[in-house]
Design a protein around this ligand. Structure first.
Ligand code: PHE
Length: 336
């Protein structure tokens, strides 16, 4: 076989072996096999002695080139392996990732703050079922069959006859008044459902905080005083309240409750320039409601109100979109 062919075979063999190397042991084996004392290249060197001077020159160069080529390839392979090895090793100098502690959801925080304020004012915390009878949710609250809030568009009706997903927390007023005699001072925070649009300020599932006070000689002044005390406790002493006339079948008179906006009444994008933010409905318990639960409206009077919990939390934390509360995006949960 001619020397040229032998060299070509050696290089082919080397290329294949070198490409298959996966560990430093294999790398060393290849190095010894192709460049060591017993290698094919060393054997060729020995042949040099018998060659003619011209052949010697050409063959010597070919052998040296081959050795240099193999050395370069092996060096390259070593670097490559080193890089892979480094990739696998952790960088011990990096700062630790730390533990991300769990946190209370912003809606829970606001609910607890509200509960604390009302507990201090002597109110009890009550709960009612989210699957409610139409009687508790509507009839007992003087909401006639023809009232728009009973419309299919607003109420989620359940398969069971006369059962609904409660559209407000007011049925807890009814359950409490059926359960206990006045005086009653209660609040009921909870989830409510409305078959409504889903946008930045509406969600089909949201939360309300209901309040009910029933005692002798409860007046509209008590209602205003309690709401004012509550809002200034929650948001600070600079808060002003405003009551606008309204209508609810279960309160008479009824009011829409507003608080002064954080812009200080100047008007901003949150209050849409008005300086006021609507936070819920309120009023004096309608005598019809007392009759439905066998409480004597001649002796007892009461006030009630229902505020939107998300609305409060949005105002408190400056959250621009109600949907952020339910998406569990860590960026939102971490900052609040
Ligand atoms: N239940 C009413 C609503 O969902 C709010 C309200 C509660 C109004 C109590 C008056 C008294 O809009």
């Amino acid at each position: 076989m001619k020397a040229k062919e032998i060299i070509k075979n050696i290089i082919d063999d080397f290329d294949r072996s070198c490409a298959a190397v996966t560990s430093s042991e294999e790398w060393n084996e290849v190095r010894v096999r192709f460049l060591g004392k017993k290698s094919a290249v060393t054997a060729l060197m020995k042949q040099l002695k018998e060659a003619s001077p011209e052949e010697k020159k050409a063959l010597g160069k070919a052998i040296n080139d081959t050795k240099a080529y193999m050395e370069r390839c092996l060096e390259e392979k070593k670097k490559e392996a080193g890089r892979d090895e480094q990739k696998k090793l952790p960088d011990w100098s990096l700062p630790g990732r730390g533990q991300i502690p769990g946190k209370v959801h912003p809606l829970t925080t606001v609910r607890c703050q509200m509960e604390d304020i009302f507990i201090r004012m002597g109110f009890d915390i009550k709960q009612g079922p989210e699957m409610e009878t139409a009687w508790h949710c509507f009839d007992a609250l003087n909401i006639p069959e023809t009232h728009p809030s009973r419309d299919e568009q607003d109420t989620f009706y359940l398969n069971k006859k006369n059962m609904v997903l409660r559209t407000h927390t007011s049925p807890v007023q009814i359950r409490t008044m059926l359960e206990q005699k006045p005086p009653i001072y209660m609040i009921a925070p909870g989830r409510v459902y409305r078959n409504d649009v889903l946008d930045a300020s509406h969600s089909p599932v949201f939360h309300q905080v209901e309040a009910l006070a029933v005692d002798e000689k409860i007046t509209f002044g008590d209602l205003k005083g309690v709401i004012y005390a509550f809002l200034t406790e929650l948001f600070g002493p600079q808060v002003k309240t405003r009551f606008d006339n309204s209508f609810f079948p279960f309160t008479e008179p009824s009011a829409e409750v507003y608080m002064s906006c954080f812009c200080g009444g100047k008007g901003c994008s949150v209050c849409k320039g008005s300086g006021w933010l609507e936070i819920g409905g309120a009023g004096m318990v309608d005598p019809e409601v007392f009759r439905a639960v066998n409480i004597d409206p001649e002796r007892w009077s009461g006030f009630a109100f229902g505020f939107g919990l998300e609305r409060m939390a949005m105002l408190m934390y400056g959250v621009p979109d109600i949907r952020y509360f339910y998406e569990n995006d860590l960026r939102m949960l971490k900052t609040i």
